[in-house]
Design a protein around this ligand. Structure first.
Ligand code: MG
Length: 199
């Protein structure tokens, strides 16, 4: 007597192999602080770095002088004495950050906010409604630009560490601010995945 064939298992929904997005606003503090100041868009602007402080953010004209976030204000002034320096205005920055994080939550409930301008999104469950991780990344970049007038970079990967590690080489460094620039898929072997916390 032959054994009955095993019951067919129900088909699994296809899962993207790279379901994590790391979204990082480009020069967030500087971008928001000068958003409504077109007179400052093409001049070097440094946020933070006042008396003995560190630079929180530098716009792209300032970065051309080598100024980077985390650098001392003294070093930034040495590199570019004529840069416009301003303190961060959190009454301006915090609401923009909160609104952007809410935009992320319209795509997936699994959002881990890691700072005012960065978050990881697990988009595994969002494919049916919003398409591939690449399509979701493009949608988010377009919305953030349209609604908040700032740009962001998105890393796509299978793991949190790779999504973030590959980020700066993506949109943020060269050609940042170009919303037509494609989102890059980060090729990486699947590894143990750190679960994201729901917030
Ligand atoms: Mg950033």
């Amino acid at each position: 007597m032959t054994a009955a064939p095993p019951p067919a298992s129900p088909p699994l929904a296809p899962q993207p192999e790279c379901p994590l997005l790391h979204v990082d606003m480009d020069a967030f503090y500087a971008s928001v602080m000068i958003r409504d100041r077109p007179d400052l868009h093409d001049v070097p602007v440094v946020v933070g770095g006042g008396h003995r402080g560190v630079v929180l953010s530098a716009n792209y004209p300032a970065r051309r002088f080598g100024i980077r976030s985390g650098m001392s204000g003294t070093e930034a002034r040495r590199l570019c004495p004529h840069a416009v320096t301003m303190p961060p205005d959190f009454t301006l920055l915090t609401p923009v950050s909160k609104a952007i994080m809410e935009t992320f939550r319209t795509v997936t409930p699994v959002v881990e906010v890691t700072s005012l301008d960065e978050a990881f999104l697990d988009v595994r469950g969002a494919g049916r409604l919003f398409g591939s991780p690449e399509a979701i990344a493009e949608r988010l970049r377009a919305r953030i630009r349209a609604e908040h007038g700032i740009t962001c970079s998105v890393g796509i990967a299978a793991t949190v560490s790779v999504a973030k590690a590959r980020q700066p080489a993506g949109q943020a460094g060269r050609g940042a601010g170009d919303p037509t620039r494609p989102v890059r898929r980060r090729g990486a072997p699947p590894r143990r995945r750190r679960p994201l916390r729901r917030r």
